[in-house]
Design a protein around this ligand. Structure first.
Ligand code: MG
Length: 204
């Protein structure tokens, strides 16, 4: 199982980090050791002084595929979740300044807490019209609709599968909207999608 993440997929988030709008999806990977199923607890590591939350819609791949056309991509997923792409922003700034890959700042242990998955069919809504938000200690810090993605879920799946085969159980983090910020020990994060609190993560 692999975790593929999309960076810079919401215009306002690109602006808040002073990045430029990409012409194709910006991709990076997290290993399975990044996953925290059920969200729950994140233990603040000793190698960073600035860990940022990034709340994202997560897609679970349900069928093996390679070179998937955009028009067929919807046949490759049934379930979605909310996840946090936790990022060591201080390490990432160092990596960016040296033109190094983001491996350590993005792929460290427990950097991907995720909620339980739920069926899109049961929800009865278009994947590109889902409201989601993140609360930190009870205050809304991120709020978006998946219609604001620069690259749609189907475009992302098609693009990835030109280069990397997708297998059953692979996860795709689809990018974060504006409002990213840091966490500290004691913070409680709650992810909400379509009015339902589905992700809870405490920083310890
Ligand atoms: Mg992200």
């Amino acid at each position: 199982m692999k975790i593929i993440c999309v960076g810079r997929n919401y215009a306002e988030h690109i602006e808040e980090l002073n990045n430029s709008k990409p012409e194709s999806p910006v991709l990076f990977l997290k290993p399975d050791t990044a996953l925290v199923k059920g969200g729950e607890t994140f233990y603040y590591p000793d190698f960073s002084n600035q860990i940022d939350y990034e709340c994202e819609l997560v897609i679970k791949i349900s069928k093996i595929g390679k070179s998937i056309p955009v028009s067929c991509a919807k046949n490759y997923y049934e379930e979605v979740a909310l996840g946090l792409d936790l990022t060591c922003r201080d390490l990432q700034a160092e990596e960016k300044s040296k033109s190094l890959p983001w491996t350590l700042s993005k792929a460290f242990d427990y950097s991907a807490p995720i909620s339980d998955f739920f069926s899109l069919k049961d929800l009865g809504k278009d994947i590109q019209n889902l409201d989601f938000s993140l609360l930190k200690n009870g205050n809304v810090v991120q709020k978006a609709n998946t219609s604001q993605m620069i690259f749609s879920v189907d475009e992302i799946i098609s693009y990835i599968s030109r280069f990397i085969s997708l297998k059953v159980g692979d996860l795709i983090f689809t990018g974060t909207p504006a409002g990213v910020g840091s966490v500290k020990i004691g913070d409680k994060l709650v992810g909400v999608i379509e009015g339902k609190e589905i992700l809870k993560c405490e920083i310890k």
